[in-house]
Design a protein around this ligand. Structure first.
Ligand SMILES: NC(=O)c1ccc[n+]([C@@H]2O[C@H](COP(=O)([O-])OP(=O)(O)OC[C@H]3O[C@@H](n4cnc5c(N)ncnc54)[C@H](OP(=O)(O)O)[C@@H]3O)[C@@H](O)[C@H]2O)c1
Length: 271
């Protein structure tokens, strides 16, 4: 499949920006989606300065009107929402809190489910029907190893990422044979702003130094090191360029592990 236009959420930084840069280097037009126009402008500017093609798309996954208007936002960025070749769901939040304590609220669970599950789900449902009609499309979801197993103090995050993985598993079965492929990438700790925030929380709560906190998180990865955003981006590109549907890959800092899939190979678009 020759993907030409990709929408990448969470594109303003971290893994999402790395995905946008990588897809652009592979020749795709990167629609870089996010909340902060300044950060989006920086990423788009870097891509264009490097000779790529990109445009910003304003999208706030906690604002239902913004999510409902995503097709119009893509059109406003000069791209046909019915002609999107790839959707990469990267945006997400991770706020830790102990269960069974007074400071964990239903609101924390709701926010994680809205941003990490309902947001990606709504975008998939906005673009997959047109991909199906065209007989071609790739949907890649950056979930997490927390979508495959539990981690202490992150129940809301784990629940939302498990929901996303469950959705991918079911959607892959429904999309099988349509030419549209859906998959998920599940990294362990990545060297990104989200992990920087975890480092700050560990420092606050434990009195460890930032270096100790970062080394602790790296030691939790089976590979013993933090994963680079660019490594995740490379795996996303492989899934977009490939034919696999229903594939779930885990990145543990040492290897890319096939958790499951592919379900079936999607049929090629009829030319
Ligand atoms: N870092 C890790 O260790 C790790 C491991 C496994 C999986 N992941 C997953 O990887 C994805 C990217 O995270 P990251 O590591 O690259 O950290 P990050 O830089 O914090 O990326 C999170 C992105 O999500 C965006 N976002 C948050 N809330 C949003 C909302 N309401 N609407 C639209 N965008 C929103 C953020 O935009 P703003 O800039 O506007 O806040 C940011 O661009 C997340 O889904 C995360 O769960 C990360």
């Amino acid at each position: 499949m020759a993907a030409r236009t990709a929408l990448i959420t969470g594109g303003a930084g971290g893994i999402g920006a790395a995905v946008a840069r990588r897809l652009s280097r592979a020749g795709m037009f990167a629609l870089v989606a996010g909340r902060d126009p300044e950060k989006l402008g920086t990423v788009v500017g870097e891509i264009v300065a490097a000779g790529g093609r990109a445009a910003p798309v304003r999208l706030d996954l906690e604002d239902s009107r913004s999510v409902a208007g995503v097709r119009e936002a893509v059109a406003a960025a000069g791209q046909d929402p019915d002609a999107l070749d790839a959707l990469v769901n990267v945006a997400g939040i991770a706020i830790s809190a102990p269960l069974f304590a007074s400071d964990i609220s239903s609101r924390l669970f709701e926010r994680h489910l809205v941003v990490n599950f309902h947001g990606p789900r709504a975008l998939i449902e906005s673009f997959a029907p047109a991909m199906g009609l065209r007989g071609t499309g790739r949907i890649v979801n950056v979930a997490s190893s927390a979508g495959l197993r539990g981690y202490a103090y992150t129940a809301a995050y784990c629940a939302s990422k498990h929901a996303l993985i469950g959705y991918v598993r079911a959607a892959a079965l429904e999309l099988a044979g349509s030419g549209v492929a859906i998959s998920a990438v599940c990294p362990h700790f990545v060297d990104s702003p989200l992990t920087d925030a975890s480092v700050r929380r560990i420092v606050e709560k434990t009195g460890r130094t930032p270096e100790e906190a970062r080394a602790f998180l790296a030691s939790q990865n089976p590979g013993g090191r933090l994963i680079a955003c660019e490594e995740v981006a490379e795996v996303v590109l492989t899934l977009i360029e490939g034919d696999e549907n229903g594939t779930i890959l885990e990145l543990d800092g040492a290897r890319v592990l096939r958790v499951e899939g592919p379900v079936t190979k999607p049929l090629r678009k009829k030319e």
